[in-house]
Design a protein around this ligand. Sequence first.
Ligand code: ADP
Ligand code: MG
Length: 361
Amino acid sequence: MTTADAARTLSLAGVSKQYGPSLAVSDVSLVVEPGRFLTLLGPSGSGKTTLLMMIAGFVAPSQGEIRLGAMPIGHLPPERRNFGMVFQGYALFPHMTVAENVAFPLKVRRRPKAEMAASVRQALDSVQLSALAGRMPRQLSGGQQQRAALARALVFKPHLLLLDEPLSALDKNLRADMQAELKHLHERIGLTFIYVTHDQQEALSMSDEIAILRDGRLVQQAAPQALYERPATRFVAGFLGRSNFLQGVVVSAGPDGFAYRCGDHGLRHDGDAAASGAAVLMTLRPEKIRVLGADESAINRLDGVIAGWTYLGDAYQFTVDVAGIGPLTVSTPTWRRATPETGSPIAIGWDGDAAVPVLPD
Ligand code: ADP
Ligand code: MG
């Protein structure tokens, strides 16, 4: 990191927010390097908006420190932080044109007229809205309004951009388009984005990094793939897509793998150490399980019975009952045999590194 980059790094240390007896945000520490796309992801009520409001300066932390580079900013009012914001319901001014809306933050900052016109043009260009500069907000579609709000947040060249569920009001298709647009915009302008959502698919597809919040606490921060492939806890595994959980006991262990018993079944894991005799909880994604043909083998193999199945077009999803373990969800993109039959036997298997150990929470 260069010195200039270090000066634009946002860091939170031990930040909490208490409302009466309850903690909306509890002891959150995180670092956001310049130019990153960080998503705060968690269920409703997990403290995402409160955390973003503290970064923006609208809510004062009860404890902890917020810094930009080496400079503490926790005492600064929102307008002195120079952060752009696109919030839920942070609507355009209805009586101003698009261009006037976008110019507004510059007027407040008393920028010279010539500079103002050039900056507004550039901001509208960056969201492909120049052609609609003279329209009133009510003459715009939902997606166009969102882009105008984005231009207004970018026009004063903020240090970073804060977005709180900006796409939640849009329908599914438009939402997917806007996700892609936002991601491209982020790549083009290289600004730090801190993005709030409760939608795990949105978080996985857009972010450089995801911070998972639960009950006001940050439980894990990592890149999307790392988070999906190596969740630290049962909660993270379950929140970020579907997963099976296997409760077992380690029967023998080496430095880079262990064998464990789950019900009456002997299973094998590669890639982590464990102590012999220890209880383990493993998470196993449905798409990591294979349906085995008569001549196929796998490091981990279980025989079960098809308890139910669903055809999803691009995949089959099976519920497989395994004695001593219970139902497992299996997702397989191909099924070349005759229509599956509920109640018929099925063999399933997975590789040594497909299931990973997680903390029970
Ligand atoms: P999220 O954005 O993840 O849905 P919030 O940050 O809005 O979560 O809320 C976190 C918790 O803090 C919730 O339990 C909420 O009820 C509480 N909370 C948020 N704002 C206030 C407030 N102004 N007064 C009291 N409690 C609040
Ligand atoms: Mg919220």
